[in-house]
Design a protein around this ligand. Structure first.
Ligand SMILES: [Cu+2]
Length: 161
């Protein structure tokens, strides 16, 4: 029957759409993929946290991460660490470049995505939402698992004093 065929067609189209949406949320879209993302678990009441990952650019052009957003904090910034007067300090950066056919590693003590003004507790085993926007308009949505991450360089230095 014609109407039945039409129903099947719509059903198939919706399944394909659903699969496409799922693949975008779990990993990557287009030329930049996000590998091994994780966010730092923090104690209740702690105002800030950070996320780390490997950005992999398979395209023939340099890319740059220009914006990150998430529902878990009031502000999300792109950060790096710089040594100033023997202290490791965090600095906001405009963008994080991923060269063509290369990877850029975001890791503790280096480049990271900073969550400022947490709205919720980050507990090991939970996942947080993160959207990464690149300079070509590409947006990659990632579900980031919360993990136990060793303290930042800055915190270690404070303890030694
Ligand atoms: Cu930071």
């Amino acid at each position: 029957m014609a109407s039945h065929n039409m129903y099947n067609l719509v059903n198939t189209a919706m399944s394909i759409l659903a699969l496409t949406l799922i693949s975008i949320t779990s990993y990557a879209a287009g030329s930049v993929s996000v590998m091994n993302p994780y966010a730092r678990a923090v104690a209740e009441g702690h105002p800030n946290s950070a996320a780390f990952m490997v950005l992999n650019n398979t395209s023939s052009q340099d890319r740059a991460l220009v914006k990150a957003s998430s529902s878990i904090s009031n502000v999300v910034e792109l950060h790096t660490h710089k040594k100033e007067g023997g202290m490791m300090r965090m600095r906001q950066v405009e963008k994080i470049v991923v060269k063509t056919k290369s990877q850029t590693v975001l890791k503790p003590g280096g480049l990271h995505i900073m969550f400022i003004g947490l709205k919720q507790q980050l507990t090991v085993g939970n996942n947080i939402d993160l959207a990464l926007e690149f300079d070509n308009g590409e947006i990659v949505k990632v579900s980031v698992p919360v993990k136990e991450v060793a303290g930042m360089g800055m915190m270690k230095m404070r303890k030694q004093q």
